[in-house]
Write a new protein. Structure first.
Length: 262
């Protein structure tokens, strides 16, 4: 197997395996628009990285983390609904990113950022993705029960001693990290699909939150394999092919007999 295909496969599988459990929280908490907002802020991070000539990965993670913190702080203020705040942050960060890019001297290939460029993953990119996914996985496992508690009932979790605001912040930062590393896999415009479609596939068949998380990871990995195979045999764009494969899994799953939904 060619080295670039192997690196692409490993990168995609790592991201899909972690995006599955995190995506379950996105589905349970109805945070899909939050994922889109983070994706828009990723372009702002790229623009900052190019302007300041710093690591694009670090600048994207910084921008996504900043947006997550801003959202938590703005939600505490009364007067605006969460979806309104997300809409403001999403479009503002996207527009600001495009404006900043116009001031840079770099010839930027926006298509690779918008739709991903998985087949060009280098060894250093793979190490970066692997390290980030391991950090996210460890934090997710250590805080799984608390995150699940605030997802089921925030007030009850607070009574039981869970620091709700801190856990919400942690969840958003973990999603921000995955969004940052997913940019190379499926691109800014399609990042949210990797967080939503695999958990949606698993939801109809899972009996427990843990089984849904595992099944979502498996569905995401199958989508990555299918997308890379389609790209290899039919020369289709890899990122969109992964999303199409995930969508096909969802459609097939809806046609099969389902169990009790979570």
């Amino acid at each position: 197997m060619a080295d670039f295909i192997l690196r692409a496969l490993l990168s995609g599988l790592l991201v899909a395996a972690i995006a599955g459990p995190l995506g379950c929280f996105v589905v349970w908490r109805r945070m899909s628009y939050f994922g889109d907002t983070l994706a828009h802020s990723a372009l702002f991070g790229i623009a900052l990285g190019l302007l300041l000539e710093i690591s694009l990965e670090a600048s994207v993670i910084g921008a996504c983390a900043l947006l997550a913190v801003l959202l938590v702080l703005m939600e505490k203020r009364r007067g605006l609904s969460t979806d309104t705040i997300l809409g403001i942050l999403a479009h503002s960060s996207l527009a600001l990113g495009l404006v900043i890019i116009s001031f840079t001297d770099n010839q930027v290939n926006l298509m690779s950022y918008l739709f991903g460029d998985l087949l060009t993953v280098s060894a250093s990119n793979l190490l970066w993705i692997a390290a980030t996914c391991i950090v996210v996985l460890v934090l997710l496992l250590l805080n799984w029960n608390r995150l699940l508690a605030i997802t089921l009932h925030e007030e009850l979790a607070q009574v039981e001693g869970v620091h709700v605001t801190r856990m919400r912040m942690l969840l958003m930062l973990l999603i921000a990290l995955i969004v940052a590393v997913s940019m190379k896999v499926v691109g800014i415009l399609l990042i949210t699909s990797l967080l939503i479609i695999p958990p949606a596939c698993a939801r109809a068949y899972a009996r427990t939150p843990e089984s849904m998380a595992i099944m979502a990871s498996i569905a995401g990995c199958l989508a990555v394999c299918g997308g890379i195979m389609a790209s290899w045999f039919w020369d289709t764009p890899t990122g969109p092919s992964i999303v199409v494969a995930a969508s096909l899994l969802f459609v097939i799953g809806r046609l099969l007999p389902a169990g009790e939904k979570l």
